[in-house]
Design a protein around this ligand. Sequence first.
Ligand code: GUE
Length: 299
Amino acid sequence: MARLIDGKAIAAEVVGKVKDAAETLKAKSGTVPGLAVVIVGDDPASHTYVAAKGRRAKECGFHSVQITLSAETTQVELEKVVAGLNEDPAIHGVLVQLPLPKHLDEFPVIQMIRPEKDVDGLSVVNAGKLAIGDFRTGLISCTPAGSMVLVRRVHGDDLSGLNAVVVGRSNLFGKPMGQLLLAANATVTMAHSRTADLAGICRKADILVAATGRAEMVKGDWVKPGATVIDVGITRVPAPERGEGKTRLLGDVAFDEAEKVAGAITPVPGGVGPMTITMLMANTVIAAYRASGLEAPSF
Ligand SMILES: Nc1nc(=O)c2c([nH]1)NC[C@@H]1CN(c3ccc(C(=O)N[C@@H](CCC(=O)O)C(=O)O)cc3)C=[N+]21
């Protein structure tokens, strides 16, 4: 049976380090890291995630601001809010919760966040810095950064000689994840929905990262015996066996099959998810160090 990679426990450790770093920063420069999360509309799942981000930020000793805008907010109004946060010296990190309501255009909103405050790492500037390996001034998207922390717990910092396969090629996750694995010396294959013999490609992976967006798509016999499996998927499905109206979360990996083959595997929930929020806190403290002219710690 595979070893479980306990994302919740590892996230708690990293949160401890972020909290310490925030205290050190305050002692050195008087700066308290500030995180602003902007949420538009009333999608309940988004509100749950944003509330969790706010709680974590307070736990880390941050100044935490949530800006809730109505579902009818216009593009111009939203951009004004982001422009204000760009200018606010108490705010070091700005996150606009995605997806936005359909009448709003995400791209210009994300791109107008000052790259130094783009704690989601989604701007073209930060994507480019990652691509050229500028870890000193760039900010890295939270889910891939958190997934790499989990990979490093299993394999250490140097992935030389290991084959990594990332299934999924989104700007949000797959592409930056591939870049991070490559920077750590893995041999990286980016697979996706149009890949021929996806199962065969996955079976070559020493590190298999699933971000397909399709629940339980990666089967047990796609996994190389002993491989490390990182499951980035979260799909909420009805779970009547738990009672009326109850739901549960599924990953992109068929967990029960894969855990019999893998060497180490992340569960869903309790794997990558908790790391995502944690790396948002890490990026915020990093941004605050840089804004104070201090060298930022790494997590
Ligand atoms: N600008 C932006 N940045 C984001 O990082 C972003 C976003 N928009 N929109 C939505 C997605 C989703 N996301 C998650 C964060 C934590 C968990 C998480 O902690 N999950 C728990 C379970 C939570 C539950 O039970 O629902 C777990 O996997 O153990 C999940 C999903 C961040 N996102």
